[in-house]
Write a protein that binds this ligand. Structure first.
Ligand code: SAM
Length: 644
């Protein structure tokens, strides 16, 4: 309820939770917030002795977690978030800060300290507001606060303590207990916000969000901006605002610019912001450039680990040693060690000591289990192999592509562009399967967001033009029980569909083979064009869209799903980078798609930025005799997705 007025203001914004905690995710999801999870790589190693109070430590950790994600995303994820939420929970007792236990003995020490006593749980929260002004210049404004809850533990017997520790629950929790599960049995009373003990102070967060979105931003937050200093090589942070944020009745603004400040020192050690000095000539290479220098190595690490099935091998065990992985992927130990350690540094794997093994073991991270294991429901494995085998060779000839202004298929694959597409679409070899796997994996990951972007209840039959394996079509039928979808694709693709049939098959998805430039299209009252328009020249699009325009009666829908470029092409975008490979088609902004479709009699109705690889636009075929429905396609009104 409290978040409701704010949620409408967040529509179309990319909100990111910089935490892998399933408990925080659940609390915020239940509150109705839509967000992406990008766990922070910030190591929680700030020197606690430098902080006067435990909550300052928790707040600073939360802030560094959020800033790390805010600064990484434009380069690693190629998109700039609007809001990043960081959070850190600590338990304090007898003047000590307790975080997550490192092992069972540590859990025992923590829990016996808590036994029979009252302790405090502090959660620090940082809300980073990112303002991408132009290109790489981003302002970060940080609003932070903390919440304290007091918890009293019952006297715990040795038996109870060990029983609880052996349940495994304490290991990933601050203070060594989880109040929402078995740990609840240890608690006599709670004073304050219960959810704060679970890991996120929802009520306080909602109030802060209300304050942020109902007040002028400049007066609310600390504006942290990297600045060149003429006088000193230490001036790198600017506290912009004089107005102070209430943080549990105290003052939240920190004078971070003070050179002797403990917090500033610890931040600098973490290398979040580095000093520049025009006077003495000291100039660190910016993160943005370092990340770009190394970006291709990181991509190839992911591709190679996927190709060698590292994530698959690790998915069937609770941790394997280096030698075990090397043996299973049939590679040398030294090479495997380098690959695995690089993957750990990229946050794809975890490396940990295991009690029953003398050597460290490697495990998949949560993200790797969800997105990189080849048979997981949301696997990107097929798309990653496509990037490695098709996109990578093309990009290694980028210089020639730019000089010549043409696709480099012939140089990369020894075949003309069309022949490579013939391989993908027509031949029965592994190239076609690889292409279909790539399409299938992206469609499965994005399909639900595209399918649920709009109210499609007026439509009963849809035709997914170039619908490939049917992955998108199944998502549409799942989301809209009254809708049947015909997948229309080339005969050679349709005949392979059995390899991609979902377990929960349904008779509302059917398949029709044909060529969308030449054959008659099936009748439907909604047509779906997902990742089709960007592939073809204007002349070919004219053929396809004219056919669609003819077959559609007034009121028919056309749902287009593509990556939408921002109007000025300033934000980093996957589509802009993809366009460098010079295919026949081109990437477009919202306005450009509207212009294209309006020429063929389709009126834009809704635009949705899904924040999940593909965006969506809904057009409706207008009645040529009733021009009242025609809307001017000016970018500003459409970007907000509220045409009706
Ligand atoms: N719509 C799917 C999605 O979003 O996952 C697949 C997009 S994929 C980039 C393009 C699809 O168009 C492929 O499945 C391809 O087989 C199909 N296609 C290409 N040319 C076609 C044609 N002339 N007629 C019918 N389908 C075609």
């Amino acid at each position: 309820m409290v978040l409701n007025p704010v949620i409408s203001k967040l529509r179309g914004k990319l909100v990111v939770l910089a935490s892998a905690s399933p408990r925080r995710l659940e609390i915020l999801t239940n509150a109705g917030l839509r967000f992406e999870v990008v766990p922070s790589w910030f190591k929680e190693t700030l020197d606690k002795s430098l902080f006067k109070t435990p909550y300052e430590y928790a707040v600073e950790t939360a802030k560094q977690k959020a800033l790390e994600v805010a600064q990484r995303m434009p380069f690693k994820h190629l998109k700039t978030p609007d809001i990043v939420i960081g959070s850190d929970t600590v338990v304090t007792v007898d003047g000590l800060i307790l975080e997550k236990p490192t092992d069972k003995q540590d859990a025992y020490r923590m829990l016996s300290r808590l036994s029979g006593k009252e302790h405090s749980v502090f959660t620090g929260v940082a809300i980073v507001l990112c303002n991408n002004k132009s290109g790489s210049d981003t302002d970060y404004k940080v609003v932070d606060f903390y919440e304290e809850t007091k918890v009293k533990f019952a006297e715990l017997s040795e038996e109870m303590l060990w029983e609880y520790i052996n349940s495994g629950e304490p290991m990933d929790k601050a203070g060594g207990y989880g109040i929402q599960a078995l740990g609840g049995m240890l608690v006599e009373y709670v004073q304050g916000d219960f959810l704060n003990v679970v890991g996120f102070p929802l009520n306080h967060f909602c109030k802060q969000m209300g304050l942020i979105f109902n007040s002028p931003p400049e007066s609310l937050a600390q504006k942290i901006k990297r600045e060149d200093s003429r006088a000193s090589d230490e001036s790198w942070t600017l506290v912009n605002s004089l107005s102070k944020i209430s943080r549990n009745g105290e003052v939240a603004l920190q004078e971070i610019s003070n050179g002797k400040d403990a917090i500033r020192t610890s931040v600098q050690e973490q290398n979040v912001m580095r000093p520049n000095c025009a006077k003495c000539g000291r100039q660190d290479v910016p993160h943005s450039i370092v990340d770009l220098l190394d970006g291709f190595k990181a991509s190839k690490t992911l591709f190679t680990a996927s190709k060698l099935k590292v994530f698959d091998v690790l998915s069937i065990s609770d941790g394997l040693t280096l030698e075990e992985v090397a043996d299973q992927i049939n590679a040398t130990v030294i090479g495997t060690e380098r690959l695995l350690d690089a993957a750990v540094s990229l946050g794809l794997l975890e490396k940990a000591k295991q009690q029953d093994k003398s050597n460290a073991v490697y495990r998949n991270t949560e993200e790797a289990s969800q997105f990189l294991v080849s048979d997981s429901p949301q696997s990107l494995h097929g798309y990653i192999l496509h990037c490695n085998d098709m996109v990578w060779p093309l990009f290694s000839h980028l210089e020639s592509a730019v000089r010549e202004g043409t696709s480099q298929h012939e140089r990369a694959f020894g075949k003309k562009n069309e022949d490579v597409f013939q391989d993908a679409y027509y031949s029965k070899d592994e190239v076609k399967m690889r292409f279909m796997n790539a399409m299938h994996s992206i469609a499965r990951v994005t399909g639900k967001d595209v399918a649920t972007a709009f109210d499609l209840s007026p439509y009963k039959t849809a035709c997914d033009i170039g619908g490939c394996t049917g992955a998108m079509a199944y998502e549409f039928t799942k989301a809209h029980p009254g809708l049947s979808v015909i997948v229309f694709d080339l005969p050679q693709v349709i005949e392979m569909r059995c390899h991609f049939q979902p377990k929960e098959d349904n008779d509302r998805v059917s398949f029709v083979a044909g060529d969308f430039f030449k054959s008659d299209l099936p009748k439907a009252d909604l047509y779906i064009l997902a990742r089709i328009l960007h592939d073809w020249s204007d002349e070919k699009l004219d053929i396809l869209l004219s056919k669609l325009s003819k077959i559609c009666t007034p009121g028919c829908g056309l749902l287009v799903s593509e990556i939408l470029l921002d109007e000025e092409r300033k934000r980093p975008s996957r589509a802009l980078l993809q366009a460098l490979s010079m295919t026949e088609g081109k990437q477009r902004s919202t306005t450009e798609y509207c212009d294209l479709l309006e020429k063929h009699g389709f009126t834009p109705k809704h635009i949705k930025h899904t924040d999940n690889l593909l965006d969506a636009m809904l057009f409706v075929k207008e009645d040529p005799n009733d021009r009242r429905t025609l809307l001017a396609c000016s970018s500003a009104s459409i970007e907000t997705a509220e045409l009706e």
